[in-house]
Design a protein. Structure first.
Length: 157
């Protein structure tokens, strides 16, 4: 039960429903998988910030980070969004730039989810942030500058 509460509070309720009837080992294993996915995504985004810095599409991120998610399945697409949110919250809490700024929808650029997360982190009203053409670009530049700094890379990677 302890793991189920921890997972549910972190946004995995759709996935948890399948695992809730199994023993603790399955719940523990699921949590390990989530940690691996988070690590792969974070590492890929840091690599991107150091080498290119231009935004990556969700599909390309899934493929290059070898996540094994099918974005045609609603729950798996939501899981990727949750992973990106968690990474950006952790980065923000540590005073680092939002890595999720580097991920965008191929068609529309940055989606509402990024701006809503930015609002919860105290950057301002999400609708105003979305209309501010410089907001997204500034965060991409901050990611590049931060992660291209060797001292930051060695300390936080």
């Amino acid at each position: 039960m302890f793991y189920s509460l921890a997972l549910r509070s972190r946004g995995y309720s759709e996935y948890l429903d399948f695992f809730i009837f199994h023993d603790y080992w399955v719940l523990f294993r699921f949590k390990q998988i989530i940690i691996v996915l988070n690590t792969r995504v974070r590492n890929k985004l840091i690599q991107l910030a150091r080498t290119d810095g231009s935004p990556i599409s969700y599909r390309r991120l899934v493929n290059t980070a070898e996540l094994g998610l099918n974005l045609e399945i609603k729950h798996e697409k939501q899981l990727l969004g949750t992973i990106l949110d968690e990474i950006s919250v952790e980065e923000h809490e540590e005073g680092r730039p939002l890595l999720s700024a580097l991920v965008q929808n191929k068609k529309n650029g940055q989606g509402d989810r990024f701006y809503k997360l930015a609002e919860t982190l105290g950057f301002g009203d999400w609708k105003e942030l979305k209309n501010d053409k410089d907001f997204k670009h500034e965060h991409i530049v901050k990611c590049r500058e931060f992660w291209q700094n060797e001292e930051n890379y060695n300390k936080y990677f």
